[in-house]
Design a protein around this ligand. Structure first.
Ligand code: ZN
Length: 151
């Protein structure tokens, strides 16, 4: 695990607790590079039989939590969104996915779920994600989305 501040590859665990009724572990880590000592949080999850995600091209691939996390991190970059909120959102999406199917799910469906969560977390992050995801065809469509958000 690389330090998000200095990319140093070694860290020590300073706190570790079980969350979500014991299905995951949250760890506080501290970068061990002298002079850095940056503290960050990692999460560990049990991987249940992952569902397959059907992409637009028809290709199926295993659901990948990290990809989902990346989408959130990109959308929330430099936004005042605590990591805990992102993790909660992902947890809630995973619950919804498993309610829809434990075999396979359309990637577009996951995209919609991500947008639902981002809308609740941060308006700017939502617009960022939606503009990439929906590839707004014109400014009008973009404005409509923002108007919708104001409601
Ligand atoms: Zn560091």
């Amino acid at each position: 695990m690389k330090c998000p501040d200095c990319s140093y590859e070694d860290s020590k665990v300073v706190d570790s607790r079980s969350i979500h009724q014991g299905i995951s572990i949250r760890r506080r880590r501290e970068c061990t590079r002298p002079g850095c000592g940056y503290r960050y949080t990692t999460y560990e999850y049990i991987l249940a039989n992952p569902v397959k995600v059907i992409k637009k091209s028809g290709v199926r691939e295993e659901y990948d939590r990290e990809k989902l996390e990346n989408s959130f991190h990109i959308a929330c970059k430099k936004r005042p969104v605590p990591e805990d909120n992102i993790q909660q959102a992902i947890h809630s999406i995973e619950e919804k996915i498993s309610n829809i199917s434990n075999v396979e799910i359309d990637a577009s469906r996951i995209g919609e779920l991500v947008m639902d969560e981002l809308k609740k977390i941060d308006g700017v992050a939502f617009i960022r994600y939606a503009s990439v995801y929906r590839q707004f065809k014109d400014v009008g469509e973009f404005k409509a989305q923002i108007e919708d958000l104001k409601k």
